[in-house]
Design a protein around this ligand. Structure first.
Ligand code: IPD
Ligand code: CA
Ligand code: CA
Ligand code: CA
Length: 268
């Protein structure tokens, strides 16, 4: 029998995302405080931290015995020590947020015993709430999402972030992406992994390919993708891990096997 708590977790995750959206709007009325993390292209703002704190407070109030893994690390958590773990990216696409104040999202996933049960990706600028429950389908603003199964490569729109990744350049992966650009309708680079996964679920993109994503980047998007009828794995075809970094291949079911083989076979 399905755990009746899953619905409640899902409702709270959506409330957290909506609350985050409101807080972001309020904070954007004042100048943004932008800080460097490891480099000038690795940013964090006062808004990322305030949103993470807001979400932590809401989760802790409702479920003090749950674990939380947030990108900005405002709460310490060893995921293996908790049955239920929330993975929170307070702002996915911080660089877009700083430069454009759009093309970013809030991503919240709830894992139980290592399995993702709830995924929420919310784009406050467009007021788009992507939601999935394991076995319960994927939705965009309450409209069910189910991708078409007859997609062909020549009519596919792809998305990635790995062209300039050093490992991808060395291994020939980024060269392969260039070939894929010619076999498909083209490649987009949006810089907001969780939303790109949500777009694969919505059929706005037909595949998303990335290296080195953190668990809060793909935690919610993976369930959206699966529940919308797409396939997702690490780039070598193995299952996505729990609470660890991973590469990602998410694709329309008709394209997944071709992409996996093409990307994994020996360098061109
Ligand atoms: C980043 C974005 C980006 C991806 C990076 C992530 P952040 O997340 O999702 O698209 O390529 O790997 O770190 O730092 O903006 O939350
Ligand atoms: Ca970041
Ligand atoms: Ca992120
Ligand atoms: Ca982030």
């Amino acid at each position: 029998m399905r755990n009746p708590e899953i619905k409640e977790w899902g409702m709270l995750a959506k409330q957290c995302a909506l609350g985050a959206g409101k807080l972001i709007e309020e904070m954007l009325a004042h100048p943004l405080e932008v800080m460097y993390k490891s480099s000038a292209s690795d940013l964090v703002t006062s808004v990322d931290r305030a949103v993470e704190q807001l979400v932590i407070d809401k989760i802790m109030k409702a479920y003090p015995d749950h674990g939380i893994l947030g990108e900005e690390g405002l709460i310490a958590c060893k995921p293996d020590e908790f049955d239920t773990v929330w993975m929170v990216d307070p702002i996915d696409g911080t660089t877009n947020f700083v430069h454009q104040q759009q093309n970013y999202c809030i991503s919240i996933a709830v894992y139980h015993k290592g399995v993702c049960e709830v995924g929420v990706v919310y784009d406050p600028t467009r007021e788009e709430m992507f939601y999935a429950e394991r076995g319960g389908g994927a939705f965009l603003n309450d409209e069910p999402l189910q991708v078409k199964r007859n997609k062909e490569m020549k009519e596919a729109l792809l998305s990635t972030s790995l062209f300039w990744n050093r490992r991808a350049m060395k291994s020939g992966l980024s060269e392969k992406m260039q070939h894929l650009a010619h076999r498909s309708r083209g490649i987009r680079v949006y810089g907001v992994a969780a939303l790109e996964l949500a777009y694969v679920a919505a059929g706005r993109l037909d595949a998303y390919i990335s290296l080195n994503l953190n668990p809060w980047d793909y935690g919610a998007g993976r369930l959206l993708v699966e529940e919308a009828g797409c396939m997702i794995s690490a780039l070598d075809g193995t299952d996505l891990p729990f609470a660890e970094r991973s590469s990602i291949l998410a694709a329309n079911p008709n394209l997944y096997n071709f992409l996996l083989e093409f990307l994994m076979e020996r360098p061109l």
